[in-house]
Design a protein around this ligand. Structure first.
Ligand SMILES: *[C@@H]1O[C@H](CO)[C@@H](O)[C@H](O)[C@H]1NC(C)=O
Length: 243
């Protein structure tokens, strides 16, 4: 009986989520917000800061679809929200971030598992993320949910590259670095590490072929770790992420 009931209860909860729509100018997201993220038709959930997103008039090619797609009981859960995210028009105040040099020319910053707290990677324009820097934090608008760039700590002085990942909470304590734009290039610094060049990044393919992004603690284009390419990464504010 329980096994019969559970899907029904789940369905009821989903139906509730789907039907609850936020009115224009209402809140649709934010750190402690637990209500609906679906905006009334004709409005779009627009990220304002980590604590507040608001339904603003307009149309998006991708509206936050709550979690309906992941509820697929067939087991072949295709990720509708992820597929849709890449076709999204750039939101006001945000930038795409991309490499402009081979072998990663016009690959765009995103998360390995799209719109999810996971490794920071470069990938296809069609799945490009949108970013904003607030108080030194690089924030990824993952379909209305803020994800923060967190850089791993330097284990010892022989480590020359630091992995970056996306987290639901900002980096803190010894790992709290500062992101900033210098012209259109993205820089990262932290008081405890001296680096020759603050906008030096490395892109290194992992075993599965994902293009993981690392902070390069060494010099740009010098003693590049094997399997990696030196890159600077740049803000791009065109309406859509172009190949
Ligand atoms: C430095 O840290 C790295 C990564 O944790 C580790 O693989 C390496 O063995 C360490 N080297 C030394 C000299 O401690």
């Amino acid at each position: 009986m329980l096994s019969l009931l559970t899907p029904l209860v789940t369905l009821a909860v989903l139906v509730q989520l789907v039907s609850a729509q936020v009115a224009v100018y209402g809140q649709c997201g934010g750190e402690d917000y637990s209500g609906s993220t679906t905006c009334a038709s004709g409005s779009v959930c627009t990220y304002s800061n980590p604590y507040y997103s608001q339904c603003l008039p307009g149309t998006a090619t991708s509206t936050p679809t709550t979690t309906v797609s992941s509820g697929s009981s067939s087991g072949t859960s295709t990720s509708t929200s992820s597929a849709a995210s890449g076709t999204t028009t750039l939101q006001s105040g945000y930038s795409f971030i991309r490499a402009v040099e081979d072998p990663n020319f016009h690959k765009y910053l995103q998360s390995q598992t799209l719109n999810t707290a996971s490794t920071a990677v470069l990938g296809s324009p069609s799945t490009a993320g949108q970013f904003i820097i607030t108080d030194g934090q690089l924030i990824y608008n993952a379909n209305g949910t803020p994800l923060y760039a967190v850089v791993e700590g330097q284990a010892n002085s022989t480590v020359t590259k630091l992995a970056m990942s996306w987290s639901t909470s900002p980096a803190s304590g010894a790992n709290e670095g500062t992101f900033m734009w210098s012209g259109d290039t993205l820089e990262w610094s932290i008081p405890t590490i001296t680096r020759p060049q603050l906008n030096a990044w490395l892109v290194c393919a992992d075993a599965a072929g994902n293009l993981d992004l690392f902070i390069n603690l060494g010099s740009y284009d010098y003693e590049t770790p094997s399997g990696c390419a030196d890159e600077t990464i740049h803000a791009y504010t065109g309406a859509t992420a172009t190949p």
